[in-house]
Design a protein around this ligand. Structure first.
Ligand SMILES: [Zn+2]
Length: 351
């Protein structure tokens, strides 16, 4: 293994604020600026502000079954359509309790919606178990492979999720979505270009080198089989966690064992979100096309928490993120990783 030193660039921005308890005397506060070693995006880790919820939001008014829900068992047959038979012979894909159907909103040439469980209108963070997650991902991957068989040009695939309205989700009933296009998402393109460059310069894929460097360090969380979990040096969102799958670069290459490994880790992360009074999240797993690994691109499952679901919530996307392409968070990845690591270590002793 070629040992590569990935440089982690951090700058103390030397911020001073008035301390009201000291008659407004200016005191120095911790404000760190970090640059992502691969993409060059920057993040500010602020201090003195507690943006995280101190208590659990009451989700009952939102998650109680109210009006019509197309994903609930009694409606899902009539309210959703089947895939064209030449792409998916069985029409709708079913794995365990999960159902995968065509998306009715066209944001990609081909896209599917996966419903984790039609019998549960709401699944709280602590109720997501590994088998529910495994079945839903398996269903989405079956669809992905079917799409590729029918049209090889749709080589940019991703599986992602919004969970609850503050994350961008329009339906409360938990679901995940996919994209299959001839063009990459911005993040897919940026990571492909940067990964290719890194491989050419260092002779080893970036994520392989990163996992090697971060193993047992301050941002290392744990492993579940073939997946290595860590927090990123310069996060793009709150409570960001990565599940890195080295050696695989495209979604059709994700086999059942990897799906299970991802599900075991994701179950723990969602449980940790719940324990931290968080309520909403986004995640994404993006492929780099059939020749991804040759280009130094490896799979990385990414999840961030989103603003809590409560009336008049404060959005976690400010002008920094929306217009300045810079992330601002208030918990360092090292502190967050330490809290997750305890959970993953217990997992090891339970297994
Ligand atoms: Zn429902």
């Amino acid at each position: 293994m070629v040992r590569v030193n990935i440089e982690m660039e951090e700058v103390d921005l030397e911020a001073f604020v008035p301390d009201i308890s000291q008659a407004g005397a200016m005191v120095k506060v911790d404000l760190r600026y970090r640059v992502d070693p691969l993409l060059g995006t920057s993040t500010r880790i602020i201090s003195g502000s507690k943006l995280n919820p101190s208590e659990r939001a009451d989700l009952t008014p939102l998650t109680e079954r109210g009006g019509f829900c197309p994903f609930c068992r009694e409606n899902v047959e009539s309210a959703t359509a089947a895939f064209p038979r030449e792409i998916v012979p069985e029409g709708k894909i079913r794995v365990g309790k999960a159902v995968v159907v065509p998306n009715i909103l066209a944001y990609s040439t081909s896209s599917a919606v996966g419903i984790y469980d039609t019998e549960r209108h709401f699944i709280s963070l602590s109720e997501f178990d590994r088998s529910t997650l495994t079945d839903a991902f398996e269903g989405m991957l079956l669809h992905c492979r079917a799409v590729r068989r029918s049209d090889q040009r749709l080589l940019y695939s991703s599986i992602s999720a919004n969970y609850l309205p503050s994350s961008g989700s329009s339906l409360v009933h938990p679901h995940l979505q996919s994209s299959h296009d001839v063009v990459p998402l911005t993040s897919q393109r940026q990571r492909l270009v940067a990964s290719e460059r890194f491989l050419a310069e260092h002779g080893v894929p970036y994520l392989t080198a990163l996992v090697e460097q971060e193993r047992d360090g301050d941002r290392f969380v744990g492993t579940t089989g073939s997946v290595t979990w860590l927090t990123p040096f310069a996060p793009t969102g709150f409570h960001e966690v990565w599940g890195v799958v080295t050696g695989r670069g495209d979604l059709p290459q994700v086999d059942h064992a990897v799906v299970e490994d991802l599900a075991v880790g994701l179950e723990e992360v969602l449980y940790a979100y719940d324990a931290a009074n968080l309520s909403a999240f986004n995640f994404t797993l993006q492929g780099g096309g059939p020749d991804a690994t040759d280009r130094g691109f490896e799979l990385c499952f990414k999840i961030v928490s989103r603003a809590p679901v409560e009336p008049y919530y404060r959005s976690d996307v400010t002008y920094f993120e929306k217009l300045a392409s810079e992330t601002m968070i208030d918990t360092s990845p090292e502190i967050w990783a330490a809290s997750l690591r305890r959970r993953f270590n217990e997992l090891k002793t339970r297994q």
